[in-house]
Ligand binder design. Structure first.
Ligand SMILES: C[S@@+](CC[C@H](N)C(=O)[O-])C[C@H]1O[C@@H](n2cnc3c(N)ncnc32)[C@H](O)[C@@H]1O
Length: 230
């Protein structure tokens, strides 16, 4: 489910198949397209069904102010689409859909090979798609509710596992091997003992004394951009 203009825009731009779209304000949609997505003029609003505000407000717990909601097909994961040289972000049991979305967004921007989450929360939850502004469609986003570190899926196998952990060695571009899996821990407790034990190396983002950690999505951003900027 794509709630709002930006998720809809990015989904379309990155090739999503739209199943349905509804708007409460076709004129506003047209104006937004003209100012924010001129590349999608004639495509973005085409096929959107106009509905009264009273109907629109029932479609989402937080109806987007931009007045557009759409349903898109979740892409089938293609193991061959993961870059082998760029790092892959692994979020171990993230709790917040907002953090998942923000991590997907920065992974797309930085050029990560993909993003994988473990645990009970589906990374394709509508709130995570709001957080990513629809950039889930820009890179492979996979969900492994249970992960077996000895039996990784093909798109993860053979990559070096790097634990991103406040107790690690100071972050340095050279500490991120090509195609590494960069593993980030859950919001409250950090990485599990199993994952830390399996890691090839542990890297830490330097912080001022007294600060215990960064927000999960912020940590993903720092490490991916350290890789990207070299
Ligand atoms: C909010 S933090 C978890 C805090 C947890 N108490 C801990 O000590 O790991 C969520 C994740 O962000 C990453 N993170 C946050 N700050 C970090 C730092 N300074 N260095 C390395 N990783 C960090 C780690 O992957 C961590 O597991």
């Amino acid at each position: 489910m794509l709630e709002g203009f930006h998720p809809f825009k990015h989904a379309l731009r990155f090739g999503a198949t739209i199943l349905e779209s509804v708007t409460r304000d076709p004129e506003r949609l047209n104006d937004l397209t003209g100012s924010l997505a001129p590349d999608l003029a004639g495509i973005l609003g085409a096929g959107a069904v106009s509905v009264p505000d009273s109907v629109f407000r029932q479609l989402s717990p937080v109806p987007p102010s931009t007045g557009i909601i759409a349903l898109a097909k979740r892409p089938v994961l293609n193991p061959g689409s993961f870059s082998l040289s760029a790092p892959l972000a692994l979020l171990e049991n993230p709790r917040s859909h907002g953090n998942i979305g923000a991590a997907v967004r920065v992974a797309a921007a930085a050029g990560a090979a993909g993003l994988v989450t473990t645990g009970e929360h589906d990374p394709w939850h509508p709130s995570a798609l709001v957080g990513s502004a629809g950039l889930h469609f820009a890179l492979p986003v996979a969900w492994l509710p249970e992960i077996d570190l000895d039996e990784l899926p093909t798109y993860m196998a053979g990559r070096k596992l790097v634990a991103v952990d406040p107790e690690g060695e100071q972050l340095d571009r050279k500490g991120i091997p090509d195609g590494a899996i960069l593993a980030f821990g859950t919001e409250r407790d950090g990485l599990t003992r199993e994952l830390l034990a399996a890691a090839h190396t542990r890297i830490a983002i330097p912080m001022e004394p007294g600060v215990s950690s960064l927000n999960l999505a912020t940590a993903v951003a720092v490490v991916l951009y350290a890789w990207r900027l070299g």
